[in-house]
Design a protein around this ligand. Structure first.
Ligand code: AMP
Length: 488
């Protein structure tokens, strides 16, 4: 089934349905008080699809879009699905040179940079009422990975991948047509585009639609919404705002977080302020969402929860893989290794990179590159990225283990631990600390809790850690910045 048809089958339209059944029901609630209805969305998707077909777009052709977040971007996305084409969203921050690379790689038939302008002449085209039939394996979208090492790769996600994940999340997080989703995420990434948007569309529910995270608009939006999704930075920014009170959070039935690790201190502070536990989940461009904490049941800070139904998750070479390190920071033992996954939402490979694809799959499992473990309850704990592993004097150092110790020290807001070239040790452990303190004292405090080879040899204090649009700390930039730190 075409993913668009699945989503549209849930739009409010049946006047006899028991719940909200008004096609004019809002889909997007705008900050200025206006709204766009589901009827508008459906009509726009049919018109966009009609224009694409008229422009010669065939099923499987790519349609790329690079633009600031808007309702029109969503119309282009849904119209592209409906026409059977493959949607390629590009980060609005990409430079011309970066865009040139993506266009050369994806070879889109159509590239939209101003969706409002592009949609102006839609009434001139015949709308495509019937979506182009697609099978589960047909491509729906190419998502370029953030590419912190080497060339950015296009993850090929099919109609079946996206439908399976959307249905699983919709069920796991208990979405209904009575929900209102606060949407302040970017929509060139799986989080805002597939996770958040699909949950709302499958519910035929409205979204408080914000162009970006801005404190005042988010606080006002919380009064109208029932679910919020965000990256960890959204939650730290809310907590830093005295206007974010328990009463403000009361209308929200669940706060969902992911795309980067949520600090246990943020989880705890959030619970103290609001009485609510953030629901953390774990995902990636190559598989959308993989694990989630439970909606009903214990949400544990620091754990990303359980694999979604249908997802098989194993560590290293097998379920009982031997420990490859001592990054074990969860309450009970179990092997730590690289997380591998298999299931209906796992992508089929990287666009035009069959060799790279083959390297990253083993026995049908995708090797995520994330290091983690499962505890005896089956919960998953992530301890970092395999490529962030530091090897110092022949010993493996897992940055997360060191960061957890540093983050507890007075004066530290957040830390990022990296390895940089060291004349004696190969790599030397460096802590980049957001906050203030004394370098020698902090090294001594770390040494009191960690084996000497794990403790940082240098601590650098900064005001802010570099982050990408999804709130992930860009360790590649830190490694570059400090690569000469240990030179004589
Ligand atoms: P992307 O493909 O840009 O979505 O990045 C995916 C990566 O983000 C994953 O492989 C993880 O390293 C990281 N990530 C996503 N969610 C979490 C989480 N809840 N905790 C820790 N890391 C996460």
């Amino acid at each position: 089934m075409n993913l668009y048809d699945l989503l549209a089958s849930r739009f409010p339209k049946d006047p006899n349905a028991p719940r909200r059944a008004d096609p004019k029901a809002p889909c997007f609630l705008m900050p200025d008080g206006g709204s766009f209805s589901y009827m508008f969305l459906e009509a726009a998707a049919a018109q966009v699809a009609g224009k694409l077909v008229a422009l010669g777009v065939q099923p499987g052709d790519r349609v790329a879009l690079q633009a600031e977040k808007s309702v029109e971007c969503i119309c282009v996305y849904l119209g592209t699905l409906k026409a059977g084409a493959v949607y390629v969203p590009l980060n609005s921050a990409y430079t011309q040179a970066e865009v040139d690379y993506f266009l050369g790689d994806a070879e889109p038939k159509v590239f939209v940079t101003d969706p409002l302008e592009w949609m102006r002449d839609l009434p001139d085209y015949e709308a495509l009422e019937q979506g182009v039939a697609r099978s589960d394996d047909d491509l729906a979208s190419l998502i370029y990975t953030s590419g912190t090492t080497g060339r950015s790769k296009g993850a090929m996600l099919s109609h079946g991948n996206l439908a399976a994940n959307a249905l699983a999340l919709h069920a796991a997080w208990g979405f209904t047509s009575d929900d209102v989703l606060l949407h302040a995420l970017p929509i060139f990434h799986v989080h805002g585009l597939f996770v958040a948007l699909h949950c709302a569309l499958l519910s035929g529910a409205p979204m408080v639609w914000l162009p970006k995270f801005a404190d005042a608009e988010v606080l006002a939006g919380l009064d109208r919404a029932t679910v919020m999704m965000g990256v960890p930075t959204f939650y730290t920014r809310l907590l830093a705002n005295p206007g974010f009170t328990r009463a403000r959070a009361d209308n929200i039935r669940v706060f969902i977080c992911g795309s980067a690790p949520l600090l246990p201190s943020t989880f705890a502070e959030f619970e103290e302020r609001t009485g609510q536990r953030i629901l953390e989940r774990y995902g990636m461009s190559e598989a959308v969402i993989i694990t989630t904490n439970p909606l009903d049941g214990d949400r544990i800070g620091g754990s990303v929860g359980y694999p979604l139904p249908g997802v098989e998750l194993r560590i290293g070479g097998g379920e009982e893989a031997p420990s490859v390190g001592s990054a074990d920071t969860s309450p009970s033992g179990g092997g730590t290794g690289v997380i591998q996954i298999r299931g209906p939402s796992v992508f089929s490979g990287y666009w035009r990179m069959p060799e790279k694809t083959a390297e990253e799959f083993t026995e049908g499992f995708f090797i995520t590159g994330d290091v983690g473990r499962r505890d005896p309850d089956g919960r998953v704990w992530i301890s970092g990225r395999a490529k962030d592993l530091i090897i110092s004097g022949g010993y493996n150092v897992y940055p997360k283990e060191v960061e957890l110790v540093l983050d507890e020290l007075p004066g530290v807001t957040e830390s990022a631990v990296i390895g940089v070239p060291h004349p004696d040790f190969g790599e030397g452990v460096v802590a980049v600390v957001m906050g203030e303190g004394d370098e020698a004292a902090m090294i001594a405090q770390a040494r009191a809790q960690l084996a000497a080879y794990k403790a940082p040899k240098r601590v650098v204090f900064v005001d802010e850690l570099p982050r990408n649009a999804m709130g992930k700390v860009q360790k590649n930039l830190l490694r570059q910045r400090y690569e000469h730190l240990f030179e004589a």
